[in-house]
Design a protein around this ligand. Sequence first.
Ligand SMILES: [Zn+2]
Ligand SMILES: [Zn+2]
Length: 260
Amino acid sequence: MSTFWDKQIERADLLAGESSGSKDLVKFYAQLLRAQKEIYESFRGRTHWTPSGDLENDVTVVQSSMSGLLQRVARNGPEPLAEEAQALLNTESHTLAQELLNYWANPSDTQFFAKSVIQPYARWLTETGITLSGRELAGGERTCPFCGGKPQVSFLQSREAESGNRDLLCATCLSSWEFRRVVCANCGEERPAKLGYFHSPEFDHIRIEACDTCKHYIKGIDLTRLGLAAPLVDELYAAPLDLWAREHGYTKIELNLVGI
Ligand SMILES: [Zn+2]
Ligand SMILES: [Zn+2]
C-alpha cells in the first residue's frame, strides 16, 4: 500500500540528480514525501483505530503524527519554513489542532503544514473507503469526487479505449478523477480560442494549460510521452514554467506543496 509514496520518492530522487529543472526544490520535496509516507504508515499501522472521516474526531491522532515532518522541515527546510516548523514544534497542541481544523473546513494552498499532513490522512481515508465529512466545499466535476479538493495537476495517460479524456489529481487526497481534455479545470471554459498552452523544449512532457476567461492555469503531464513520470513530482520539478505563467498574468489553480 506504500507503492504510491515509494513511486513519488523514487521519482523525486531521480529528478533531484538532473541538471535542468528545480533541483533544490525537488530535493526538499523528496524529504517531505518521506515524512508524508511515515505519517501515512503511522495511520495504517495504528491498531484499534478506524478514522472517522471527520477530522474533528481524528485530530488528536493526525496531530500527533506531525512531529517527524516538523522536525525534518526544521532541520532541512528553506529558511522561512524551517523557522515556522520550529515554532509549530513549540506551539500548544490545541492551537495546532485548531489550525488543522480550519484547513479541513476551508483549505488554503498557502497553509503548508496543514496541507502536508492532511494529504496522507485524506489519502488513507479514500483508500479505505471512508467518506470525508465536516467540509463545506463546492461540488461539481472540477473538484475531487472523493473529498471536494481542487486539482493540483492534470495528466494524460494512454487508455485502452481512447476516450480523449485526461485526469485531474487532487491536491488534498491525491486521488485522481477523469476530466474532459479541452476544458478549463478552474472555470469550465470550453471554447478552444480561450484555452492556451505553453510548452518548453526543456520539459518535453509537461505543458502549461491556461485559460483566458478566468486567467488561471494548471500544469499538464503527458504520460504518453514519458510513462515513468510521476505527475505530482514532475509538476513541481518544472517550476520554471510557473514563472512563465505568472509573468503572463495567470494564477495557479492550486499552489503545490513547496508554494509554487
Ligand atoms: Zn480529493
Ligand atoms: Zn478558466
